[in-house]
Design a protein around this ligand. Structure first.
Ligand code: AKB
Length: 324
C-alpha cells in the first residue's frame, strides 16, 4: 500500500520524547517530511531533517510555520514538567496552556488532519485511587503541571467535539530512555540512576525507597504514540487522553535490578526533596483497559528488559563517544 505523503510538525523536538519521536517519524515518513521545532537549537544534526526555532507562545511565529509547511499532522510536545513547573508555576501554566491553545486554534484553521498532545499521570491527585487508577475517577492534581494537563485534556475534548479536530492524547507515565535527558520531572530519577550507576556505581535518589510510580520504557512510549496516531479515527473513543501503563516500581526495586547486574551498586535516599510531595500525590499503577480495547495497546518492556536495555545502550553510547 502506498503511503500518502505527510507533512509533520513537532514542537519541543529537542526534549526527551521529541528526540526519539523525531527519529522514528523520520524513519517512517522520510526526513524531509518531519519538521522539528524547538525554542532551543538542537545539539546535533536532528537526524538530517529540517529544523526551525519556534517559541510556542509566539502564535504569529507558529502561524508562519503553518502557512509555510501546511502540516497534516502536529505533535505538540513543548511543555514545562512537574518539578520545574513547581518552581515557576505561572510560567508553567502559561507555556502549557497557551502553547496548546495556539496549536489547537491553528490546527482547526489550517485543517490539520491529526494532532497529538501528551498528557500525564500528573492529572491524578491524592483523592484518585492509588492502585490501577482507572481512566475516569476523581482527579484533583496538586502540581501546576498536573492542573495544566487536566485543563489541556478538557480543551482537547472540547476541540474534538466542537470543531471536529482529530486530536489524540496519552497520559504518559515516567519515561525511561537513554538517548536524551529528561527535562525536570518527578520521575527523572529512573533515568539518572542508570547513568550514575555506570559512572560511579552509586546513586543519591531524591525520592524515598518505597515510592511506587507508573513508568514506561521510551521505546514503548514512542510505539504507543505512533500506534495511537495510526489507529483508524473511529477507534479513538477517548478525546481527552488515554491511560497507558508499562511497569510500576519503586526506587528500591529499580536499585535491586541494577545491583543484580552491577554488583556492589549503592543507593541512598535524600530526605525532604520537594519532588517527594508530588510523587506521593500520583498513582502507583494505572489501569489502561480502554487503550488496550480501542487500539490494541500492549507494552513490551518489563523491568528486566528495561534494565538490560538501559545499561547496554548507555554503555555502548559512552564507548562510542570515547572512541571518537
Ligand atoms: C514528570 O515527572 O513530570 C513527567 C510526567 C510523569 O509527566 N515525567
Amino acid at each position: 500500500m502506498r503511503m500518502i505523503p505527510q507533512s509533520i510538525l513537532v514542537t519541543g523536538a529537542t526534549g526527551q520524547v521529541g528526540t526519539e519521536l523525531i527519529a522514528s517519524l523520520r524513519k517512517i515518513h522520510g526526513p524531509e517530511q518531519v519538521l522539528a521545532t524547538d525554542i532551543h537549537p538542537p545539539d546535533s544534526g536532528m537526524n538530517g531533517g529540517p529544523f526551525e526555532l519556534l517559541n510556542v507562545l509566539d502564535e504569529t511565529g507558529m502561524r508562519r510555520l503553518f502557512e509555510r509547511y501546511r502540516p497534516t499532522q502536529v505533535f505538540h510536545l513543548a511543555a514545562l514538567l512537574s518539578a520545574v513547573g513547581e518552581k515557576q508555576p505561572q510560567k508553567a501554566w502559561q507555556l502549557n496552556m497557551e502553547g496548546l491553545l495556539h496549536v489547537l486554534r491553528l490546527s482547526v484553521e489550517f485543517k490539520v488532519e491529526k494532532v497529538f498532545w501528551p498528557s500525564s499521570i500528573a492529572v491524578f491527585g491524592p483523592l484518585s485511587p492509588k492502585k490501577n487508577t482507572p481512566q475516569n475517577c476523581i482527579m484533583n492534581p496538586h502540581s501546576v503541571y498536573g492542573i495544566s494537563k487536566l485543563a489541556g485534556e478538557r480543551w482537547c475534548e472540547y476541540y474534538a467535539r466542537h470543531h471536529g479536530l482529530d486530536v489524540r492524547s496519552l497520559r504518559y507515565p515516567g519515561l525511561i530512555g537513554w538517548q536524551a535527558d529528561p527535562g525536570g520531572g518527578t520521575t527523572d530519577y529512573a533515568v539518572h540512576i542508570f547513568h550514575e550507576a555506570l559512572k560511579t556505581n552509586s546513586y543519591r535518589c531524591f525520592l524515598a525507597e518505597n515510592t511506587r510510580l507508573p513508568m514506561m520504557s521510551m521505546p514503548d512510549a514512542i510505539r504507543a504514540t505512533i500506534e495511537l496516531m495510526e489507529a483508524p479515527r473511529e477507534r479513538i473513543r477517548i478525546r481527552s487522553s488515554y491511560n497507558i501503563a508499562g511497569i510500576s516500581f519503586t526506587p528500591g526495586e529499580l536499585a535491586a535490578a541494577i545491583r543484580a547486574r552491577l554488583p556492589g551498586f549503592r543507593i541512598n535516599y535524600l530526605e525532604n526533596d520537594p519532588r517527594q510531595e508530588i510523587a506521593d500525590s500520583w498513582p502507583e499503577s494505572i489501569d489502561d483497559t480502554e487503550a488496550r480495547q480501542d487500539w490494541n495497546w500492549k507494552p513490551a518492556y518489563d523491568m528486566d528488559r528495561l534494565t538490560d536495555a538501559m545499561l547496554k545502550n548507555i554503555r555502548r553510547n559512552r564507548t562510542f563517544v570515547h572512541d571518537l
